[in-house]
Design a protein around this ligand. Structure first.
Ligand SMILES: NC(=O)c1ccc[n+]([C@@H]2O[C@H](COP(=O)([O-])OP(=O)(O)OC[C@H]3O[C@@H](n4cnc5c(N)ncnc54)[C@H](OP(=O)(O)O)[C@@H]3O)[C@@H](O)[C@H]2O)c1
Length: 170
């Protein structure tokens, strides 16, 4: 069985996006995302796919969920539901790797749908508010999730401080 991991960067009030884009582009977080997801399968909603500066994400099997039967996403596999995406991911192999991990990489609608199915959360907590955000991460309930690791805060003079936390389902 492959592990299902949700990976997201969330601000203090669970804000994750604005007008189809990330709230901040934080280099240390983008490196963390790349390190964790390379060699694995990534599942995303159609809007997140369209927000990627480079498509598909290299060295990963990219799966895009859309309700549109005519949608084309060159370099990615299309699925028409989260369940279909997970079935494709369960059988996918990424070249030159033996990864058994599936990452749900957003956005808001896919995170909400995937939360009850996930085994693990890899959350970058951004120490800032984003009052103009329009997309949010679901609540991480302490009844359901146990914090298993936490990094020291990473500071950068031009972007908010971030902390990486890993949660496991209780
Ligand atoms: N901070 C972070 O870590 C992070 C990560 C990823 C994304 N984001 C941000 O999140 C925002 C995008 O999130 P979003 O919620 O607006 O969009 P999204 O989840 O990326 O994509 C939504 C689209 O996915 C398809 N979809 C979703 N559920 C479906 C289902 N059950 N069956 C079939 N299709 C389904 C639909 O596509 P169709 O309309 O084509 O049918 C829907 O319009 C952006 O601002 C992005 O930058 C933030």
């Amino acid at each position: 069985m492959k592990t299902i991991t949700i990976i997201a960067a969330i601000a203090r009030n669970n804000e994750i996006g604005r007008k189809g884009d990330l709230l901040w582009h934080i280099p240390a977080d983008l490196r963390h995302f790349k390190t964790l997801t390379q060699g694995s399968t990534v599942i995303m909603g159609r809007k997140t796919w369209e927000s990627l500066p480079k498509r598909p994400l290299p060295k990963r099997c990219n799966i895009v969920i859309t309700g549109n039967r005519d949608y084309e996403a060159p370099g990615a596999v299309i699925a028409h539901s989260l369940q279909e995406a997970l079935e494709i991911a369960a059988n996918s192999a990424v070249e030159n790797t033996s990864s058994s991990r599936i990452f749900i990489i957003g956005g808001g609608s896919i995170y909400s749908e995937a939360m009850p199915l996930a085994d693990k959360l890899e959350i970058t907590h951004i120490d800032a508010d984003a009052p103009d955000a329009d997309t949010f991460f679901p609540v991480i309930s302490p009844q359901e999730w146990r914090l298993i690791s936490e990094s020291a805060p990473e500071e950068d003079s031009t972007t908010p401080s971030i902390t990486f936390r890993t949660y496991e389902r209780k």
